[in-house]
Design a binder for this molecule. Structure first.
Ligand SMILES: [Mn+2]
Length: 427
């Protein structure tokens, strides 16, 4: 299904007068503080967040899965779902594919389908964390780090196959996340496993087109519970540095131990020009994959504060990072969940754009901790939602995406079209 833009316009008209009032008030307030609301709106509109193909179905836990119906059954339907989101929020203009879950059979048709929804193909993701029915060797004891060179070669070949599909679709980056590691002390030789992983990554890196980037994602535990080969940003950074200029670290918010200072990691990587991409989600305990901003919105703001500082720095050596949501849980309608995530990310970005950077730097130079906190929290506590809504309105999207999604009974339509028992491939 496709959403008729006129229907969005009609539904917008119900809340338009209230929106106008709050936007004008906010706009005046920001202008008085020296910000240009038009410029911020433009930045929000330019900020596109990729939606992963695997987040469109209801996620499960290891205990069960409770699908809500109408899930996309094919790659075309996954593209349709991201198209629905983009029509509603004008901020989800890209899709990130996971091979082999989303192997395109007719490349040209898939490209045309995405283009009809104004969607680009973001980074492609390989999968060596589970065995496919037709594969020769098992990844039970690792993939790129495996003791058996035949297994490593199979994993390298798979990554290059992913690149091959991505190239045809117009992607420009490969994200590698490995489940490789061990669950018991003594099971694996740390040094050898990391060396083998580096050697395998080198082969993949050398096989990529010369304008491609590689993003190396890290994670401290799960599915292995004693050690993971790429456990943290330092290990990822070490690998990316040895691979070359087009290899970068990818930060997934959920891939940290509790209380890790993620914003500091962002600052450090940007200083090194090695922050390649971001996976947004939220969590309380581990890799909970909850809606971005649902649990720790202040942390999300502080992370964006570092990102914006790095992005706005004219002397920055860091290329523009790639943005993606990587969340999937088992309670909400996945499309409503993604609308909420995009809004939370845009909001944190806008808040960071309204930090008075000159005043903040002065406060820092003066060691004025109180004033520095005042400046940050002033931006965080200003309700910028009318600014995000205005960015959407100007782009022909919904003032209130979730409300419009519900008013148009999108999920019911999808269930009618695809059935109550349709299941998306993925986790
Ligand atoms: Mn991730």
């Amino acid at each position: 299904m496709k959403i008729d833009k006129n229907k969005i316009k009609t539904l917008n008209s119900k809340t338009l007068p209230g929106h106008r009032e709050s936007f004008e008030y906010l706009s005046g307030k920001l202008s008085k503080q020296g910000f240009d609301p038009k410029q911020i709106i433009q930045k929000i509109q330019d900020f596109q967040i990729a939606i992963p193909s695997w987040a469109l179905g209801t996620g499960g836990t290891r205990f069960g899965r409770f699908p809500g119906g109408g899930e996309p059954r094919t790659l075309e339907e996954k593209i349709d779902d991201v198209g629905l989101l983009h029509a509603l929020n004008a901020g989800s203009g890209a899709i990130s594919l996971h091979i082999p879950w989303d192997i395109p059979s007719d490349i040209e048709a898939i490209k045309a389908h995405a283009a009809a929804h104004n969607l680009l193909f973001d980074a492609v993701n390989s999968n060596t964390f589970q065995d496919q029915p037709d594969q020769e060797h098992s990844y039970k004891f690792g993939s790129l780090c495996h003791t058996d060179p035949k297994v490593r070669q199979q994993a390298v070949d798979h990554n290059l196959e992913v690149v091959h599909y991505g190239e045809k679709l117009g992607s420009k980056a490969l994200t590698v996340w490995l489940a490789d590691g061990s669950s018991f002390p003594g099971q694996m030789n740390f040094r050898k496993a990391l060396q083998r992983t580096l050697d395998s990554l080198k082969e993949i890196y050398q096989g990529m087109p010369s304008d491609w980037k590689m993003f190396v994602e890290y994670k401290p535990y799960e599915p292995n519970f004693y050690h993971t080969v790429i456990q943290d940003w330092g290990t990822s950074h070490l690998l990316a540095s040895q691979l070359g200029d087009r290899a970068f670290t990818l930060v997934d918010l959920g891939h940290h131990l509790p209380n890790t200072n993620i914003e500091q990691i962002v600052g450090t990587l940007m200083m090194q020009g090695k922050l390649g991409g971001f996976h947004f989600n939220d969590s309380k305990f581990g890799d909970d994959d909850l809606t971005a901003g649902a649990m720790k919105p202040y942390q999300l703001f502080l992370i964006f504060n570092e990102l914006v500082e790095g992005m706005e720095d004219k002397n920055s050596v860091n290329p523009p990072p790639a943005w993606m949501i990587d969340a999937s849980h088992n309670l909400k309608d996945p499309l409503e969940d993604l609308l909420q995530s995009v809004e939370a990310i845009q909001l944190a970005y806008a808040q960071a754009l309204t930090v008075d950077r000159v005043a903040l730097e002065n406060a820092r130079e003066q060691n004025d901790a109180v004033l520095a906190q005042e400046i940050l929290q002033n931006a965080f506590r200003t309700d910028l939602r009318p600014l995000i809504a205005e960015a959407r309105l100007q782009a022909g999207a919904a003032l209130e995406p979730v409300a419009v999604y519900r008013d148009l009974t999108v999920r019911n339509e999808l269930v009618k079209e695809r059935g109550a028992k349709s299941l998306a491939t993925g986790l």
